[in-house]
Ligand binder design. Sequence first.
Ligand code: VGL
Length: 236
Amino acid sequence: MGVPLSQVSCSMNKINLKTPVACMDIDSQYSFTPQCPDELPVPHGDEIVPELNEQAKFAQYRIGSKEAHPVHAIWFATPEQPTLSKIQDDNVDVRWPKHCIPGTKGFEQLKGLPHPSQYDFFVWKGIEPDMHPYGSCFHDLNEKLSTGIIEFLRDKGVKTVIVGGLATDYCVKNTVLQLLNAGFETIVNLAACRGLNPLTTSLAISQMKNHGAIIIDSCDVLNTNPAFVKVTSLIR
Ligand code: VGL
């Protein structure tokens, strides 16, 4: 994460809690950690688990997402067409190293998180070779094909979502913007996120904030806010 936590202002006084609350663990997979150095290692990406589990204590519903990319995706970077070079197609934008291929270590959920089957709602995305979405709420870049997250949250009457995961500057940012656009009060827990690149992470935090996200340094701030109560449940 590129921005010292102390530089990010916490605006908890703006939170107007309307229960129920959901939390989200976005793409918390080994491909985005230093444990998979040839994939998309996010510095300290493997350190978010305790904070993801902590924020889940404030949520009635826990949602997860994983990237699940095929071995023959069209957007894989090559020596000739490196990472971040542009690719022209309807549902891809830039090239990336291979990552999150089912059956590999990188696809696995970080140790200490629940098994996908234990979540209240879970999404696998990017399974088509020519589709690489970022936000977890839509399968396509044009945001037409819902993954069902928004509908699930609305069905349960959720108004507030606490978000963490990897990476702050890509999938977390896009998911947060989608949730805000759908009308949810969205809290980004920085201690539960890490970014790929310091500059894009800092820009992502500003962008999320400008769109109305509430940025918090960690769950400590929820502990001291009487509007938030811890809930107990089997997977927390
Ligand atoms: C991500 C870049 C490429 C992410 C996924 O999960 O943030 N970033 N694929």
